[in-house]
Design a protein around this ligand. Structure first.
Ligand code: ATP
Ligand code: MG
Length: 469
């Protein structure tokens, strides 16, 4: 155990608690992650006494480090160059049925371990002289670490009902660590799923995002679905599940497809919002689903409707409404465009339009589209990926030639007004748009001289007269 206690702050704590006579232990995530060989920056220390006092003493001894006190919680955080150390007094918690706020009293180390969510999160290590480095593991957490099992220290029905956020945490840890949730525990999550409603949306989505950021997000998304949590926290995603058959024709299960797309993407990128775009790219398939006798199942316009659904879902889930929402909305809207491109003869103007619409998000969009290929037919997959490679090549060529990725009008509105001696008005917009369209269609090149010429011609057509030389 010595090796990971070999950090200066632990020695300092030991010295201080030797003097105060209030034993202290490092506990929870730090111990778990060290035993799993996962690097961590957060250290939790529990003390049989006053956590805030201990934090202040440690902060002082470590060279007057800043100490953040959270009086309401009785905790304090010391920020060190490499670690954040949180101190809390050992506590005993008892819950009432209608709130997730427990009644809190001072307690023993055992009381404190009892209130922890999982056996693997209840491991503590002594920082006290006489037993320094000793692992205190009342619930066989070490065994569960080895067997990769998530198990609650107490009856899971009580654990999850007391604090329903723990259901999300169980699924999050299962996904992050590739652990199995014990059968009994899984059944308890099923029974208590409805209680997730008493948890604030911010905390639920925080766990959800951690699931989405895990190496294989589908593990958690499937668990959310199986336990009944998904239909409560994200019904639109739940609705993707299922297959309908008409006249012998089945469409694919869009939930499973979406999961596969998210997993594919997760192999290539750890950008949270790109993963969100993957999660939502087909979100409007259920409301746009139609059956046609000749063509079978169609989902016409699901990219448009999907992009329209994004703001409402983001607002409800308390996700950021600014840049991330707009980015997801844009990728959902554009997610079919490269596919259409790759199926036809790729014309320059179609590529220019895609570059213009996607802007700097073009690479992310291409990544999403490649992840969207989930056919089981290897030949098909190969062909699609090949086509996308051609689209990518074309994108680079066209961008080198025409620079429309961050399109800036080569002729400004001011110059148009000045040239024709007019004020702001519809003519300015008409001329600017005409220039933009001509560039995208490849009628003129993206440069000042050609744009200026076109401006003069279009102005003349609109009955405007040039007033400057
Ligand atoms: P990570 O830091 O990766 O999110 P963690 O296990 O350290 O994982 P924290 O939220 O930092 O999670 O909490 C630290 C410790 O506090 C946990 O290991 C666990 O012992 C305890 N804990 C946190 N949240 C809960 C909860 N909702 N119910 C019971 N114990 C909890
Ligand atoms: Mg932590």
């Amino acid at each position: 155990m010595e090796h990971f206690l070999n950090i200066p702050v632990f020695k300092v704590i030991t010295d201080i608690v030797e003097e105060t006579g209030q034993p202290a232990f490092v506990i929870g995530g730090f111990v778990r992650d060290c035993l799993l060989n996962r690097p961590t920056k957060d250290i939790d220390v529990v003390v049989l006494g006053n956590g805030i006092e201990l934090a202040k003493a440690v902060g002082k001894k470590m060279g007057n480090r800043p100490v953040n006190v959270f009086k309401n919680f009785g905790t304090a955080m010391v920020s060190l160059p490499d670690y954040e150390v949180e101190f809390v007094g050992a506590r005993k918690e008892s819950y009432r049925s209608n709130s997730r706020k427990p009644i809190v009293e001072n307690g023993t180390l055992e009381d404190d371990q009892n209130r922890r969510d999982f056996t693997i999160n209840a491991l503590a290590i002594s920082l006290n002289k006489e037993s320094w480095g000793k692992l205190i593991d009342p619930f066989e957490g070490q065994n569960d670490l080895a067997k990769k099992i998530l198990r609650t220290p107490l009856d899971p029905d009580i654990t999850y009902s007391d604090d329903p956020l723990r259901m999300m945490r169980a699924i999050r840890f299962a996904t992050q660590l590739s652990f199995k949730i014990e059968k009994k525990s899984l059944a308890a999550i099923n029974r208590n799923a409805e209680r997730i409603k008493i948890i604030s949306q911010e905390r639920v989505i925080d766990e959800f995002n951690k699931i989405l950021l895990a190496p294989i997000p589908s593990v958690g998304l499937e668990l959310l679905e199986n336990t009944g949590l998904l239909k409560i926290i994200f019904p639109e995603l739940q609705t993707l599940k299922g297959v309908e058959i008409k006249k012998g024709k089945a469409h694919k299960d869009n939930f499973l497809h979406t999961l596969q797309v998210v997993d594919n993407l997760a192999e290539k990128s750890s950008k949270l919002w790109l993963r969100w775009a993957a999660l939502m790219h087909d979100i409007a398939k259920p409301p746009t689903k139609r059956f046609d006798d000749s063509t079978g199942w169609t989902f016409h316009g699901h990219e448009f409707l999907g992009s329209k659904m994004v703001p409402g879902i983001f607002r409800r889930l308390k996700l950021p409404m600014n840049q991330p929402m707009k980015y997801v909305q844009k990728l959902v809207l554009l997610h079919l465009r490269p596919i259409v491109l790759s199926q036809e003869d790729v014309t320059d103007s179609a590529v220019r339009r895609l570059l213009f619409d996607a802007g700097d998000d073009i690479d992310d969009l291409m990544m999403l589209c490649e992840a969207d290929i989930t056919s089981k037919n290897e030949e098909k997959v190969k062909r699609f990926l090949n086509n996308f490679q051609l689209v990518r090549q074309k994108l680079v060529e066209i961008e080198e030639k025409d620079a429309v990725r961050n399109f800036q009008p080569p002729v400004s509105g001011e110059l148009i007004m000045e040239t024709f001696g007019i004020g702001p008005g519809s003519e300015v917009g008409i001329i600017k748009n005409c220039i933009k369209e001509a560039i995208l269609d490849g009628i003129i090149h993206n440069n000042f001289d050609e744009a200026y010429k076109l401006m003069l011609a279009k102005g003349k057509e609109l009955g405007l007269k040039k007033t400057t030389e």
